[in-house]
Ligand binder design. Structure first.
Ligand code: ZN
Length: 112
């Protein structure tokens, strides 16, 4: 498998980790589109399909829960974005949640 996020999870590719537990890894986006731009991924390779299992849906809820916690810790929770890119968006298929925030002035409406 040549999934870049699986390689990051396995530490085959280095990343700047901001959160880690048995199921989830959070790390800094290497091409940030905001002052704070973090990615949260399930350690298990899951792709968006119309048949996500109950267990996979649990991971999505956990991604949001952890991203919210980290946003509060980083003091960006009052103005931040949680973004899932789904399907053929030219993005990586391994499910991941973007957390963007930390803008000092105008918050972009659509930047990703
Ligand atoms: Zn993967």
């Amino acid at each position: 498998m040549s999934c870049i996020f699986c390689k990051i999870v396995k530490k085959e590719i280095p990343s700047d980790v901001v959160y880690e537990d048995e199921e989830i890894l959070g790390f800094k986006d290497v091409n940030p589109e905001a002052p704070v731009h973090l990615l949260f991924v399930p350690k298990k390779h899951i792709e968006w399909t119309d048949k996500l299992s109950e267990k996979d849906l649990f991971f999505l809820a956990k991604l949001l829960s952890i991203a919210k916690k980290v946003a509060i810790e980083k003091n960006i929770f009052k103005a931040c974005k949680f973004i899932f890119n789904v399907g053929n968006t030219g993005d990586i298929l391994h499910i991941h949640l973007h957390l963007l925030g930390g803008w000092k002035e105008k918050i972009p409406r659509h930047n990703i």
